[in-house]
Design a protein around this ligand. Structure first.
Ligand code: GLY
Length: 588
């Protein structure tokens, strides 16, 4: 009874996105549209959603060769690293949330970058003691020790069925043969070239033979193909020791960085227990620290749980959701960090009793002013990162979010390696209380220390109910968590995967104390209602404090779902990204 009106309200929200929605809805569905009499025990095939068609196709190629979801994840991840240097790559890190159908086990593979020993907080201050923003986001000091190559090896060797070499083959082929530059990549390069062209190694990749990075041009990466081959042949040592490690150390040191061979060879992925909680009949399995996403999701959904949001007018619904966001992001600022270094009070923060206390502090009619600790609006347009989702025919699931942080990471390619290093050090609280590029702050819990992982917002998530299973996630910096929240609410309201990917978005992160909304996400009447309650609403096209403008849209959500009762698979790729693809391979 409750599902129908909620669904209708959400579909009404979707009207501005109707055209892209129709395009998504035409994506293939797995065969077997008949209603199964009982819930199916295995999906009728494999579904993959990723931000680039070549990566989705690479995953399907590996499934066709006999691989499982974990082999496909290696292929998709490595291919995204080749075709989306703007978002993620071998020089970055990521989180892989895995569900092994046979054992029923969920595992969180943490391949977050780690801080080099030389990267002390003092190293990021200028002569006046202010955060040196060039150092925190550009060049060698902004880069943590990469984790993604170790994750590829670990996932392939621990969970895959095929040799690493076979799963990396599509990425190696595409790096060597090239792919056409797409609009987002060309636009990102134009925005970032001033930094990237400082470095000879980066110029050799992006301006090879005098070429420029323009839409439609073929982009070949022979050095990256060779780096991937060394990884395929040598596994962990093929990246973290030997030729690749030597090239990396030489390239970082030539630009003034201070990485050591020991820190590279000492990098390890961590397997962690995912966070779990229930919401509205669904079990949610999601990212634990050093992601801040799972804790924030648990807080926000448990704060919201008693309200029948569907029965409320949109303005009130947005108000309550924003108040939940505001409280979760406040706690993120003070308590979240790498659990190997600081005690994160996960039990307390995710306790339903704590959520009840937060709920009690919400005035249903008025915005709660955020503390005035810092309200400076900061740029959010540079968000990058990428996510992919997989469900295979055995019921295995992968939700993986991987990143080099901002557009093209640090901009630095160590000569001969072919890949960009991340600028993930900016995700640390390099100077306590000073907002980073996403406008989020931190204190001691997220201060840099040798070997520590910087706090992340990446939130790969599984949802399951007796009838349905879904995998979802997205890039978007600090807005990742609120996009996943809205996606969960969408699935809980009965939306399809394409509808969840297309949902209009709004976001609040405690500081700055303002709601950002996508273009056309709300009517002017709802914006006026929220403003009357005391909220600041940043509407695209209108100038916000500090002379900036809010971005029109954000995110790149990739999701797949399996309906056990109708035994159908479907996927949703974000209509904001025209090169994403859902691929479905029915079981032959
Ligand atoms: N670099 C973005 C994040 O991990 O949250």
């Amino acid at each position: 009874m409750r599902l129908m009106p909620r669904t209708l309200i959400l579909i009404a929200l979707l009207v501005p996105a109707l055209l892209p929605l129709q395009a998504c809805a035409e994506q293939p569905q797995a065969s077997n549209p008949r209603e199964a009499a009982v819930a199916a025990t295995h999906p009728p095939g494999t579904a993959i959603a990723s931000a680039h068609s070549l990566a989705t196709d690479a995953g399907l190629e590996i499934i066709a060769a006999g691989g499982n979801a974990f082999d496909a994840a290696v292929a998709v991840s490595a291919t995204l690293s080749v075709v989306e240097p703007i978002s993620s790559g071998l020089g970055g890190g990521g989180f892989f949330l895995l569900h092994d159908a046979r054992s029923g086990k969920d595992v969180f593979v943490d391949a977050r970058e780690t801080a080099p020993a030389a990267a002390t907080p003092e190293a990021f201050l200028d002569a006046d003691g202010n955060l040196d923003r060039d150092r925190s986001v550009n060049g060698p000091w902004s880069a943590g020790i990469p984790g993604l190559p170790a994750a590829l090896v670990h996932v392939a060797q621990t969970y895959g069925r095929l040799p690493l070499k076979q799963s990396l083959a599509p990425a190696i082929r595409i790096a060597r043969e090239g792919f056409p530059v797409y609009e987002r990549m060309a636009r990102g390069y134009a925005a970032r070239r001033g930094v990237m062209e400082r470095y000879p190694g980066t110029r050799a990749v992006f301006l090879a033979d005098g070429d420029t990075v323009e839409e439609g041009e073929l982009f070949r990466q022979p050095d990256l193909a060779r780096t991937l081959e060394r990884l395929a042949d040598g596994g962990f040592d093929g990246f973290y020791r030997g030729e690749t490690a030597r090239l990396l150390l030489d390239g970082v040191r030539a630009e003034g960085g201070q990485w050591t061979a020991e820190e590279l060879a000492g990098y390890r992925v961590r397997e962690r227990e995912p966070l779990r909680f229930d919401y509205d009949g669904w079990q949610i399995v999601t990212a634990p620290p050093p992601s801040s996403g799972g804790v924030a999701l648990a807080q926000m959904l448990q704060v919201l749980a008693p309200w029948d949001l569907a029965a409320l007018p949109q303005g009130e619904r947005v108000h309550l959701t924003v108040e939940a966001m505001r409280r979760a992001y406040r706690d993120r600022t003070f308590y979240l960090g790498d659990p190997d270094f600081v005690e994160v009070p996960v039990g307390l923060l995710t306790d339903p009793a704590y959520a009840a206390g937060l709920r009690a502090s919400i005035n249903p009619d008025r915005a709660t002013p955020s503390d005035t600790f810092s309200g400076r609006p900061t740029p959010l347009e540079d968000e990058e990162t990428t996510h992919f989702s997989i469900i295979d025919a055995e019921g295995n699931r992968v939700g993986a979010t991987q990143t080099v942080n901002l557009l093209f990471g640090s901009g630095l390619v160590a000569p001969g390696t072919g890949f960009l290093l991340n600028n993930e050090m900016d995700d640390f609280a390099l100077k306590a209380g000073t907002p980073n590029a996403f406008g989020v702050m931190g204190f001691d819990a997220n201060a840099p220390e040798p070997g520590k992982r910087m706090l992340s917002s990446m939130t790969p998530t599984f949802m399951s109910s007796p009838d349905r299973v879904a995998v979802l996630g997205t890039p978007g910096g600090s807005r990742i968590i609120t996009m996943v929240l809205l996606g969960i609410l969408g699935y809980a309201d009965g939306l399809s995967a394409p509808q969840v990917a297309a949902l209009p978005r709004f976001h609040h992160q405690w500081m700055p104390d303002a709601i950002s909304i996508e273009k056309d996400a709300m009517t002017p009447e709802v914006v006026a209602e929220l403003r009357a309650m005391g909220h600041t609403v940043n509407v695209p096209g209108e100038e916000v404090a500090g002379g900036r403008r809010s971005s029109d849209s954000w995110g790149n959500l990739q999701t797949v779902s399996w309906d056990r009762r109708s035994d159908t698979l479907e996927g949703g790729t974000d209509p904001r990204n025209p090169v994403g693809k859902v691929g479905i391979r029915p079981t032959p």
